[in-house]
Write a protein that binds this ligand. Sequence first.
Ligand code: GTP
Length: 171
Amino acid sequence: GRGRTEVTVLVLGLDNSGKSTLLDALRPPEQRVHHSQPTVGQQQDHFQSSGVSFSAWDVSGAPRHRALWERHYRRAHAVIFVVDSADHLRLVVAREELELMLAHPDMFGRRLPLLVFANKCDANHALAPMQVAAALGLERITDKPWHICASNALSGAGLTDGIAWLARQIR
Ligand code: GTP
């Protein structure tokens, strides 16, 4: 295993997908904060929990911010990609961002685990994880182990399962 070496997990997703809410739910309770201001392009959140360093980036639009998160690709051990399962219209945008990330020279060909949270599974008209996987084209990913999980970042449902999968991949 990695022993005490810190593991770095990048949390990526479009604005409003639920990254901040999700990370808040993963934090130790005494470290929880309430995010309200979307910060486009900027690093939204960073914290450490049991030797894992999480940092979240909003990958929506603003190409001028791209270099900010791409700089972190090289040292990432895993990626969590958060999707709003009820935002049908923007699934295609999410797919484009995912594909850009996967094709990046610092990512392509690396066997780093990719965990997709099909978030907001509680929302009206939320797509099932299988449908989100199809919309994102996950079956085409051959260089990385990937896993998709339905989640509700507000209640925390689904988060433990996803993180347990990730932990098994990294160990
Ligand atoms: P940006 O800061 O804009 O990049 O957004 P973000 O990806 O950090 O999303 P954020 O955590 O701010 O959540 C966006 C909105 O969705 C907030 O109003 C959350 O309360 C809500 N939300 C997040 N996760 C869920 C979920 O699982 N279910 C539902 N129903 N709402 C959620």
